[in-house]
Design a protein around this ligand. Structure first.
Ligand SMILES: Nc1ncnc2c1ncn2[C@@H]1O[C@H](COP(=O)(O)OP(=O)(O)OP(=O)(O)O)[C@@H](O)[C@H]1O
Length: 152
């Protein structure tokens, strides 16, 4: 797989999948950083109606992110688990980068939501009940598909 010809612009990235398909995407903004990578809101160049959250890390340190992608792909069509629609390799600043394409959650994580302007650190009980229900439904879907903590 040759990804060395990919574009090297700060905002436009070209990725290639393991099947050889290519996609160019535009980094709209930085969303955050976690233990395994950095996350950007992105838009495919040829489809401006789609928005994804792309989590990326250097390919040589991508084993955890690859595992995350493999686990998420088992939860396709689960409404309460963030959807992963694939992964691609790109080259940025001369380095191979592993990227996973996630369903974009406009409000970010539950923690982001708690501290946003709307809630200012405290979620009212009625809304908290709704979020708790969503978390429990997600957990149920995860258990139904047989994921155990041994696989992490
Ligand atoms: N699918 C998404 N949609 C929108 N924002 C996201 C999405 N995934 C991650 N983010 C943003 O990027 C940040 C980093 O996410 P990431 O999943 O890498 O780490 P985390 O889950 O917050 O922490 P850790 O990896 O340490 O458990 C999040 O805090 C969130 O603000």
């Amino acid at each position: 797989m040759d990804v060395s010809s990919c574009e090297n612009d700060d905002h436009v990235v070209e990725g290639v999948s393991k099947y050889g398909t290519t996609l160019k995407w535009f980094k709209v903004k930085f969303l955050g950083k976690g233990s395994f990578g950095v996350v950007h809101q992105v838009m495919p160049l040829e489809n401006n109606n789609k928005v994804y959250a792309v989590k990326s890390c250097a390919d040589e340190y991508s084993s955890s992110l690859r595992k995350e992608a493999e686990i998420l792909k088992r939860f396709i069509f689960c409404h309460h688990v963030v959807q992963c629609s694939g992964d691609m390799l790109s080259v940025e600043h001369g380095r191979r980068v592993f990227n996973i394409f996630l369903e974009f959650a406009a409000s970010g994580t539950l923690l982001d939501l708690i501290y946003n302007k709307k809630y200012g650190g405290k979620i009212p009980e009625s809304d908290a009940r709704c979020y708790a229900r969503m978390v429990v439904k997600g957990l149920l879907e995860i258990h139904e598909r047989g994921l155990t903590t041994d696989e992490f």
